[in-house]
Design a protein around this ligand. Structure first.
Ligand SMILES: [Zn+2]
Length: 136
């Protein structure tokens, strides 16, 4: 039997057959109010937001790791610690603190991950039944 290993060109899933997806999560408690919203969410209230980060890649290192989970968790927790027990409306970089804007904020602050992975998306849960994903 002849087994041939075909090396992919090196991009992210340009016709590749093997891909890996890793996910880490964190959460934070914070208050917000939605500016311009007509309804009770215009009043100050709080949530426990769950944040999930998904990365994809295809090349494992020589011990079979795509990217260290600890690296991803540290990067994510740096962001969620900044948001934890805050009033999100005070953080001007987020803009109006909707789930959409929070997920984009987290995504954009995660740039510069190890080159072996592509940041696929960030999912922010505002409640156990509602989430928003941001990806580029
Ligand atoms: Zn809310």
């Amino acid at each position: 039997m002849i087994i041939t290993f075909v090396q992919n060109g090196g991009g992210f899933c340009s016709g590749c057959e093997e891909m890996y997806r890793l996910r880490v999560e964190s959460q934070f408690d914070a208050a917000h109010k939605l500016v311009g919203y007509k309804g009770k969410c215009s009043r100050i209230h709080g949530h426990t937001w769950k944040v999930e980060v998904f990365v994809v890649g295809e090349k494992l290192d020589d011990i079979g790791i795509l990217v260290d989970f600890e690296t991803l968790k540290e990067r994510l927790e740096k962001i969620t610690e900044r948001l934890d027990h805050s009033f999100l409306n005070d953080l001007k970089e987020i803009g109006n603190p909707t789930s959409e804007n929070i997920s984009r904020y987290v995504f954009q602050n995660l740039k510069g991950l190890p080159k072996t992975v592509k940041l696929e998306k960030v999912r922010v849960w505002e409640s156990t039944r509602s989430w928003c994903e941001y990806f580029e």
